[in-house]
Design a protein around this ligand. Structure first.
Ligand SMILES: Cc1cc2nc3c(=O)[nH]c(=O)nc-3n(C[C@H](O)[C@H](O)[C@H](O)COP(=O)(O)OP(=O)(O)OC[C@H]3O[C@@H](n4cnc5c(N)ncnc54)[C@H](O)[C@@H]3O)c2cc1C
Length: 880
């Protein structure tokens, strides 16, 4: 006896049939009535068809009106319904008959992995649909591939549900709290177009239920997704193969290009083409440094193994990259198409402007040769080329809140629901010739003179599981446990409180969509974490707006900043030998594992820029070479912001000693990565030069021998110089500083100009005549102040952005005590103290009476009282 859940699963599954036109809306509604009965249809139908509200609004409204019309019918109309039902029964019989014959359209059969059903061809077999529609009977034995259109519901046939509906049906069981499902504001999760209905619904649902249950919901959903999909057998005449071009989407789960290839019902040839020259693009992007190439090698090896498990294989190819067409990816693809007879190439899009250009050219050239080439979007939640500032303006550009407003205001295509992985992949009769993975040279190790290998990646190997499963395991463990701490204490260096998913996201071993779905279903709300995905998208958006982001300072005056050329300092920073334990620990962690957390990236970046005065590009390049998650867009955006010249300004500078208060109060992080300091007491481990000689002796520390001498000692002076240098260039390039507000002005790229002026991007009139349009940007208040007091030192700048912590032994102890009890309160207490101190100093210097209400040091929110905090509105200023 089928349960109600089975019945619901079946009708949900059948929704796909309506969507692809194999079932008409009336017939479908009648079928729902016959399967679910009057009452159940009345209560459930709206939720059953809800996925269509994003996937196919027209169909959704037809079904809604049928539903409304039916339930307002008089009994006279029952005749019509009976007719519809009898028609349905006839259809059922027809299908049941066809099911008895071994037709090529039978679902769930994997005997013939090389022959797959092609949904596009299904229309040729109208009426022969072999889906068993007898209520609930066989539904659980089906495992078919359907609904994989971008943004369309993807129905897991084993459960009979797709992720949306699964969650929605869960939602039904949880009590309503009346909480608004709308997510907005700074504490909000990233509200993504197309996600807003389903996603918000989930948030609402999950937030209202008890924790264990919420966690169970997520697990169930995941379990559902692991009930895998199989291809659809079996076409007697095998169509030409599809080339599935893997790039940075090295996964089986939620891979639109893979699923779309499967849907074509043709043999699939998965390929990876290594083309370093194309990856690199123009300028000095260091798009693929040593560590990330190593990761790529491992990830490819894992993907190949996963494909082999489902009966397929990954072909490795190399484009020699001579800069002309011969030796390009396009050339390799053309050869491949020629030798295999493939007529379709599928891939997931990449958004680096130079890669997009390459892909656009490849698509055009292949199409010209009669080969269909499709680029699907899954690398970001939003296609960065579709993000627009229309209706939001430009004020606050560079901040994630501004970016999220743009996404909310201009919803693009729906992000849809994650796609399940296939359990088998149809193979071609003949595989094309590839090269061994090793021949790509991604994991080449240098050799010593004696012939032995320098295995610099040994620790990276120990630190990571490079596989897609590894990504899911990390995600699961993070969402089950770490996410609680993330929301509270993501800045800790001494605990792994962040997800550590960045390399998986970068190489597409985990899709952001999958991550977002799971995060929304996690045991605890994770707005801060989800917001990080908006940061990620924003980085790609910025790169599309400013393709030279990785090498050229965006704010013009800062291009002329006086930077140090001290190679010794740079080397010390790179090798973790600056003599500042926190910085050294982080840089050594980076070298050994290819990763460090966000807070530590800020610490080392601040040290390089504000204290060593080395150009941000040096930091960017080193990160690109050593990070396993090296990502041109994110890395460049962050270094630009840290380097004071990006769309945003960090409104803080991390102090190399005091930052430890937040991230490593007990010194355990430093002890791990700088073991030579491990015998120092907690209170001195971050400043060993303050230790008495006897203590150093006991700990076995000799500066310059067992541990580095400090490369610089005059921290305050260096900060002052950095500030004064900024004031200098801002004065020199006064045309790029807004006279009224003191904000930096940025020449706008044409796309933003046309959006601001409401004209089409292609309208050249917008920027004709060499006139520049300038936009006031968020600018650090300490720079504005310094501009007025160019000779002032950093300490006397009331907006000094240095995050300070320890000033006395007594406070050290208080901080350590509070840290142990309640870390968050401790940090808040500490920052309140700091603000009070700054305020008092300022007033003392200015001879002002002391103020009862402390003023914020670096507020972002403009207030009428504080002229330095003003960022003028988004109006575009024309350069005279
Ligand atoms: C100077 C500097 C350079 C950086 N370079 C890179 C880089 O090359 N590649 C990279 O992935 N991240 C970079 N980041 C951002 C961030 O530090 C890392 O994404 C994060 O530390 C990765 O760890 P996680 O996965 O545990 O992050 P979580 O905090 O768990 O975040 C989850 C995911 O969100 C994304 N994310 C997090 N923070 C940011 C951010 N600020 N901007 C954009 N996306 C973000 C990442 O994909 C990350 O994996 C950089 C940050 C700084 C300050």
């Amino acid at each position: 006896m089928p349960s109600v859940a089975d019945d619901l699963a079946l009708v949900r599954h059948m929704l796909r049939e309506v969507l692809v036109g194999r079932e008409d809306p009336e017939g479908y509604f009648a079928m729902c009535l016959s399967i679910l009965g009057h009452q159940e249809t009345l209560s459930q139908f709206a939720s059953i068809i809800k996925p269509l509200s994003t996937a196919n609004i027209h169909l959704h409204s037809i079904l809604t009106s049928i539903y409304q019309e039916y339930f307002s019918k008089t009994e006279d109309d029952e005749m019509e319904l009976a007719l519809a039902l009898s028609l349905l029964q006839m259809k059922d019989q027809q299908m049941a008959t066809s099911n008895n014959e071994p037709t090529p359209l039978q679902f769930g059969v994997t005997d013939c992995p090389s022959c797959f059903h092609q949904p596009d061809v299904v229309s040729n077999h109208q009426g022969k649909n072999c889906l068993e529609v007898t209520p609930g009977r066989e539904a659980n034995s089906y495992s078919v591939l359907t609904g994989t259109e971008e943004g369309q519901p993807h129905i897991n046939q084993k459960t009979g549900q797709h992720k949306n509906t699964h969650i929605n049906s869960d939602a039904k069981q949880t009590p309503e709290t009346g909480q608004s499902p709308q997510i907005s504001g700074s504490s909000a999760s990233f509200s993504v177009p197309g996600m807003s209905h389903e996603g918000d619904h989930i948030t609402e649902d999950l937030n209202t239920s008890d924790k264990p249950k919420r966690s169970r919901n997520r697990r169930q959903r995941r379990k559902g997704t692991h009930q895998q999909l199989v291809g659809l057998p079996c076409s007697p005449s095998t169509p030409p193969p599809v080339v599935l071009w893997f790039r940075r989407d090295l996964r089986l789960c939620d891979n639109p290009a893979l699923i779309r290839s499967l849907e074509l019902g043709a043999p699939v040839i998965p390929v990876f083409i290594w083309s370093p020259k194309e990856e690199e693009g123009p300028g000095v992007t260091v798009a693929m440094g040593g560590a990330s190439k190593y990761w790529l090698h491992q990830a490819l090896s894992c993907l190949c193994a996963s494909l082999e498990k489902i009966g397929s294989h990954l072909i490795f190819l190399r484009a020699s990259g001579e800069g002309n067409e011969v030796g390009s990816s396009l050339h390799v693809l053309k050869q491949l198409v020629k030798t295999t007879g493939a007529q379709t190439v599928m891939a997931n899009a990449l958004f680096e402007p130079w890669l997009k250009e390459r892909d656009d050219a490849a698509v055009a050239a292949l199409q010209k040769g009669g080969v269909v080439c499709r680029m699907l979007q899954s690398y970001c939640l939003r296609d960065p080329y579709s993000v627009s500032t229309e209706g939001v303006g430009l004020r606050g550009i560079g901040s994630v809140s501004h970016f999220m407003s743009c996404c909310r205001q201009n919803p693009g295509s729906p992000i849809g629901v994650p796609l399940d992985p296939p359990v088998s992949l149809p193979t071609p009769a003949h595989w094309p010739q590839g090269v061994p993975l090793d021949a790509l040279g991604l994991a080449r190790m240098p050799r010593r003179k004696d012939g032995t290998t320098v295995d610099w990646a040994a620790n990276i190997r120990k630190s990571w599981d490079f596989s897609e499963n590894g990504a899911h395991a990390r995600l699961d463990s993070f969402l089950n446990d770490g996410v609680y701490r993330y929301e509270q204490e993501s800045g800790r260096a001494d605990a792994s409180n962040t997800s550590g998913l960045s390399p998986y996201l970068h190489f597409g071993q985990l899709s952001p969509r999958w991550l977002l779905w799971d995060a929304k279903g996690a045991c605890c709300r994770s707005p801060k974490f989800q917001r990080k995905l908006a940061w990620r998208d924003m980085a790609y958006w910025q790169l599309t707006l400013f393709p030279d982001l990785p090498w050229e300072s965006l704010r013009p005056p800062y291009k002329a900043l006086r930077w140090s050329t001290d190679r010794g300092h740079l080397k010390a920073w790179q090798q973790g030998k600056t003599g500042y334990p926190l910085v050294d620990a982080a840089m050594r962690q980076l070298w050994q594992t290819g990763w460090m957390n966000n807070y530590m990236r800020h610490v080392v970046a601040s040290f390089l820029i504000a204290y060593l005065h080395l150009p941000w590009q040096e930091g960017y390049r080193w990160f690109q070479d050593t990070l396993v998650d090296a990502d041109v867009a994110i890395d460049a955006m962050m270094w630009q912001n840290g380097g004071m010249c990006g769309l945003d300004h960090w409104n803080f500078v991390m102090h190399p000693i005091d930052a430890a208060m937040t991230c490593d109060p007990n010194g355990s992080y430093v002890r791990k990565w700088c073991p030579e300091l491990s015998d120092l007491p907690d209170e001195l481990i971050h400043k060993p030069w303050k230790c008495p000689a006897s203590m150093l002796r006991r700990a076995g520390i000799v500066f310059g021998q067992t541990y580095a001498e400090r490369v610089i000692t005059d921290l305050e002076e260096r900060r002052t110089r950095s500030l004064q240098d900024v004031a200098l260039v801002r004065r020199e390039f006064g045309q790029y500083v807004d006279k009224r507000s003191g904000c930096d002005l940025l020449p706008l790229p044409p796309r933003l100009v046309s959006e601001a002026l409401g004209r089409s991007h292609s309208d050249e009139a917008v920027v004709r005549g060499g006139r520049q349009f300038l936009l006031p940007l968020i600018t650090r208040m300490e720079f504005k102040y310094q501009q007025e007091e160019p000779e002032a030192d950093a300490a006397s700048n009331p907006y000094n952005a240095t995050l300070k912590g320890y000033v006395s032994r007594r406070r050290d102890e208080t901080v350590a005590f509070l840290n142990e009890r309640d870390f968050k309160t401790s940090v808040m207490y500490e920052s309140a103290q700091r603000q009070g101190r700054l305020e008092r100093d300022y007033r003392r210097i200015e001879g002002l009476p002391s103020s009862p209400s402390p003023r914020g040091r670096a507020r972002r929110t403009p207030t009428a009282k504080d002229r330095f905090s003003i960022v003028p509105g988004g109006a575009v200023t024309l350069l005279k």
